[in-house]
Design a binder for this molecule. Sequence first.
Ligand code: ZN
Ligand code: ZN
Length: 615
Amino acid sequence: MSEIKMNELNIKEDERLHVLNHSCAHLLAQAVKHLYPQAKFWVGPVITDGFYYDMDLGDAVIAEADLPLIEKEMKKCAKDGKNIIRQEISKAEALEMFKDDEYKIDLINNMDENETVISCYRQGDFVDLCRGPHVENTKQMKYFKLLKVSGAYFKGDSKNKVMQRIYGICFENQEDLDAYLLYLQDARDRDHRKIGREMEIFMLSDLVGKGLPLWLPNGYVIWRTLQNYITDKEIAHGYQHVHTPDLGSVALYKTSGHWDHYKADMFAPMVKMDEDNEDMTLKQLLEGIDKNKIDDVYVLRPMNCPHHMVIYGSKGHSYRDLPLRIAEVANDFRYEAQGAVKGIERARCFTQNDSHIFCTPEQIEAEFKGVLDLIMEVYKDFGITEYKCRLSLRDPADTEKYFPDDEMWNTAEDSLRRVMSGLDLDYFEAVGEAAFYGPKLDVLVKPAIGNEVALSTIQLDFLLPRRFELNYINEEGEKKTPVVIHRAILGSIDRFVSFLLEETKGKLPLWLAPQQFSVIPVNPNEHTDYAREVTERLQREGFRAKLDDRNEKLGYRIREAQVKKVTVQLVIGDNEVNNKTVTARRYGSQATETMDFEEFIKAMHKEVDEKQLAK
Ligand SMILES: [Zn+2]
Ligand SMILES: [Zn+2]
């Protein structure tokens, strides 16, 4: 059994694995040089999950299918058992030694002035420029695997030529390597894009636009169920929901400060098409906006805060109105880089479960606690039991990065600390991680695959209410600025669904499953009447049920229901027809249970109402 927790693997931080993987990168280069004598090598660094090497192979292109052959050659070089020998040379010697390799020459010429001695490492017929350290002998590299090959721009610059990058990983024993490969397979099985395709949750279309997922009927069931769920929860916690436009004027985002600080992540501004502006370049448009010469210009909103600020500011408030909790399930748009978009996890259009709480400084503590309670309630419903809280505070020494108002900061940070220490929650403080406008709390979860993610967030903001000149009248009749708390519980609904799919491998609880029941008559000619009766009754009870009376083999129809991850399959044969029963089989289980149909309906209602976790 491997002792490494693969979803926490960090080879860069592990001294022994670091050296081993780096040495393995040299082994890879040696093998490639044997197979492709024209090969020239750039750099081969260690990364969190292994190593890679960037190389120029002239006209040759390495495909995934070539990797086993390279691995075989690596095994041969390793078995050869050559010592890996360090050699120190002068810059002049290095330039001479690598004179035919423009990449190494580039490296040597760009070395630090202070680096008077250059080291290279030799193993048999292969020598490479390197600082080291390395393992002593090529024999020590036994348990490695090449993982993939991709293109990479030389020096990461898209104006440069594309090199070939081969990724690999090396462990100290077979158990660890096997465990890692299993983990990779699991990651592929959990990928929400794969599950999303199998379950027909969403689709992507280049014609519609990159990074713009289309939610299909099955996905929209989940989406809508989550929206209703979180909206109901929030109403129970004293929130009021609003609905505001997906667009806002540039003036709105100038007031909020997003125009100055967030422009790079936004879509370009929009104006009405007419004769005056049809020849205008984007540059002219932007200049016109910045000089306040062009107004009536709109942007797709990257966040909803400004709209909610305007709603608050639309009328006068007394301290008695506070706290005021304004919530919205709102579309937002951000121009994510094309390489960064990923299914529904990271898209250019997504829906935030957003809210802004307007309160007095004295109410911060209670509101903060209220939001945390809501988060914990929601996590319980989804079976999320492992999370950490990160309390991000300002660095008092850094006067540049933080909004200057010591009193406000101290009050806020003290109240947040008091809340956190009064709760039975694990948390750690991160000094210098606060936002410019206030301290925040992130709830971090560790998914089954990939890195820790901040699922929920609570952020205090002293600045935005000032920018919008918001106020309330306090008990003494004085005008005061409210504090704003930005908070998101599910984060974006889209990303939350991708998280759920990857955590559960698509085995959703009954209340969330797009298709809850597949009713399958054993013999469509004989059992369909009762099967239809069962289906229609379930539908009338509010369940999502479908009848599958196609003239296909029973096994085929059951298998298809399994692939689509239908929660419960109800197989209807003679027994069920005669006794008014159903025989139920859960997704992912071989066991069946026969129940009186009325009893079954009651049990299913209970399971949905209680939001029971998947069985
Ligand atoms: Zn090296
Ligand atoms: Zn906000």
